[in-house]
Ligand binder design. Sequence first.
Ligand code: NDP
Length: 295
Amino acid sequence: MRIAFLGLGAIGTPMAAHLARRWQLTVYNRTARTAAEFAGRYGADVAATPREAAQEADVVVTCVPTSREVEAMLDGHDGLAAGLRRGSLFLDCTSGDPATSRRIAGRLAGQEVAFADAPVSGGTNGAESGTLTVMVGAEADTFRRALPILSTFGSRIEHMGPVGTGHAMKAINNALLAVNILAVGEGLAALVKAGVAARTAVEVLNASSGRSFVSESLVPERVLTGEWPRTFRLALLEKDVGIARSLLEEVVVPGPMLKLAAELFARVPAELGDEADYMEAVRWIEQQAEVAIRG
Ligand code: NDP
């Protein structure tokens, strides 16, 4: 079986590397040099266009910033839609939005191509170790077909419901992460300013009921060290909070907290730059509060 993978970014690269070890792989990347380097390192064929990538593929996997880029890659003379084979499978691992995915699925159904939204969580570490959680929105039959491919880089593959529900699950997960980052950052900034040592504050928090993934893993690794490694662009988390907010509006759930988080997250990339890492939201809080949370 041949798989085509499009989007060799921070998380797409380790996912595609797992696929290269198990299946015949064709890669496409907007910046062609990245695809050539990947092929040299992991063994894969390189396609010059999305169309070329799809032409020989039984399965097409996309992992780009948003659903907008997925939809744009379908279009045009060199687009995916012009190359997709009847009966093939299209797995979108982008953290995208449900409405666009439903539209893409409808369009592909006309070409007899099955679609699943299959966003992932677990970060670049999880992608490297092949232990991602994959949240799948698809028909039951499409989910069954997708399982062996998604299991190549994921250890928990969950069928959430019809097309769009994978993206809905992912957006809500990341919105909760975003709210937590802001809350933990604000709380720790206050404690340090009140005279508590940052490391002690984090240790006590992590022995108490306010603890979370942010306080247990991300703060010790990235905030206390002041290292701010770049693994997941803050602008991408901002996009996820926006998708979650739209979902709440669509299903008519009042969401004042997510609305505020979306507004705050919209400000941070503008001030820290588009390449800032998501945990640098805490660095932004530090700047506002004129304090450093280190220890
Ligand atoms: P990156 O910004 O690192 O990479 C984006 C990729 O998409 C690159 O390969 C880029 O190509 C390509 N791309 C960008 N714009 C276009 C376009 N217009 N047409 C075609 N290709 C394009 O993002 P990540 O890899 O971090 O994220 C990808 C997706 O995975 C996002 O939806 C993100 O939210 C999600 N995700 C990321 C996680 C992480 O830890 N990084 C964790 C979980 C989900 P080029 O090389 O030319 O720039």
